[in-house]
Design a protein around this ligand. Structure first.
Ligand code: MTE
Length: 312
């Protein structure tokens, strides 16, 4: 499968593409070509509100598929950046079920094919800024999380949404050790979860999501540090109280619940003012980090009046 790209949109396999069919840079600048490449009728796209939302994608040049899939953080497979590419193939992503808590429907468990079916699949080119001080640009495929939440009968008193990664030590080798308090967990306020930028990625670069990037179902919250974008989700809970989250519990002084990208609030051990852009080389020019990773216009209102130094 290395040279082939399978596009699974919903449960339908639309077309098998070779990488050579998909010239990423042009593809992602030229939507029409992208639509054709996916074998979608343009109607399928016109029928979705995507045109109005194009501005959510950055025009910045996307990183290469090699960079995106070989420099990863996915501690379930090891703590080095190259471990996920080496070991994540052992995770079985099909079939895959997601359990919901805090909804009033009788059915609480869904296969992801059921979840994805009927969703308007979109592409979003987002910057990913890791709390460690590096960044990439990734062309995701998926749908806004709100499209899923709006289909659920969510409990009235919901204030937060909690996410959990699968716990399978037999398939995720680092889970045999107590590197983190497994399973990896993350959370958002319900307002953040419903924000149109908050995305569920099921693919990238027009193909199925590679395991090392969080297959088959991964959260992407582009204005927050990368660790909020939890991978390989198996449980989503709607809660009244702020949920347990892995990194902020591991080290509350260094990692907050909000973790909005903010060049003015340094990590206790390093500055957050600039970032190393993956692909520019170790001695490449550093990029100035932007407040909310450049999405102040879209998300600024969520944090109006909030002390961002206190709620880091
Ligand atoms: N999700 C899980 N389950 N486990 C992890 O270790 N690492 C996070 C986040 N999601 C992580 C995770 C961190 S620190 C970052 S920066 C991003 O995934 C990296 O995403 P990428 O490897 O797709 O670039």
């Amino acid at each position: 499968m290395r040279n082939e790209v399978v596009n699974i949109i919903g449960s339908h396999i639309l077309k098998i593409l070779k990488y050579s069919d998909v010239t990423p840079y042009n593809l992602y600048l030229d939507r029409r070509k992208f639509v054709e490449a996916l074998g979608l009728t343009s109607l399928a796209f016109v029928a979705t509100p995507i045109a109005a939302k194009q501005n959510y994608s950055t025009r910045a040049k996307a990183n290469t598929i090699e960079e995106i899939t070989n420099y990863n953080n996915f501690y379930e497979f090891g703590t080095s950046k190259t471990d996920p590419a080496k070991y994540a193939h052992s995770l079985r992503t099909n079939p895959w079920e997601i359990t919901f808590e805090g909804i009033s429907q009788n059915k609480k468990k869904f296969d992801i094919a059921e979840i994805i079916k009927g969703k308007a699949i979109q592409e979003r080119v987002y910057r990913l800024r890791c709390v460690e001080g590096w960044s990439m640009v990734i062309p995701w495929i998926g749908f806004p999380l709100r499209d899923l939440i709006n289909e659920l009968e969510v409990d009235n008193n919901t204030k937060f949404v909690a996410f959990e990664t699968v716990y399978r030590p037999e398939e995720m080798r680092e889970q045999k050790r107590a590197t983190l308090d497994w399973p990896y967990r993350e959370g958002l306020t319900i307002e953040e979860a419903l924000h149109p930028l908050t995305f569920i990625a099921t693919g990238l670069y027009g193909k199925e999501l590679p395991n090392q990037n969080g297959a088959p179902f991964r959260l992407v919250v582009p204005w927050k540090y990368g660790f909020k974008s939890i991978k390989s989700i198996t449980k989503i809970s709607f809660k009244k109280e702020q949920p347990y989250t892995t990194w902020s519990s591991e080290n509350p002084r260094e990692y907050g619940f909000y973790s909005n990208v903010n060049p003015n609030v340094d990590h206790p051990r390093w500055s957050q003012a600039t970032e190393r852009v993956i692909g520019e080389g170790l001695f490449g020019k550093r990029r100035k980090t932007e407040l909310f990773n450049g999405y102040i216009e879209e998300v600024g209102d969520l944090y109006k009046g909030m002390d961002l130094k206190k709620y880091y």
